[in-house]
Design a protein around this ligand. Sequence first.
Ligand code: HEC
Length: 154
Amino acid sequence: MFKRHAMLPVIVLALCTAGAVSAGDIAPADIEYKDGRWIEQPLTDVAGDPAAGRKVFVNRKLGNCLACHVNSEIPEQPFHGEIGPSLDGVGGRYDMPMLRGMVVNMKNALNPESLMPGFYSLDNGSRTLEKFAGKTILSAQQVEDVLAYLQTLK
Ligand code: HEC
């Protein structure tokens, strides 16, 4: 007979790997910063995929970027927060090393008091969920995908 809880370990495993560092990824502690803020080197060997990045951006359990940012490129989502600046045209305002530095860790890049979580930092902010303690909120590939998406916002 099929037992309902048989799937549980599989689900737990899937959740645990969400922000894990994979082979080929640069771990948060090994990131090299330019001017102490910006990050020139991609975090993975695999180029970012803007379509995947758009999904991470929207997903309330991953980037949840719309909680704090307006983005006119995503009109199908009803609520866009205004805690941070609008991201319309952001790909034209910043180059890739700057965008990477900000998404990896805004507190390090621009504003030590920022409300924006550090998406690829082990110190991702006291306002962040406890389940992320010791893990990054996004995987290295998810960050690169989000960055590829941000670059399309011109
Ligand atoms: C809890 C709120 C919050 C969330 C969630 C958030 N941000 Fe931010 N973001 C901010 C704030 C506040 C700023 C302004 C910088 C500062 O803190 O001084 C900012 C600034 C930025 C900037 C610079 C914009 C500019 O024009 O200067 C980028 C790019 C950015 N965020 C991207 C993202 C992305 C991508 C996500 C999702 C992966 C995200 N943010 C999630 C609050 C947030």
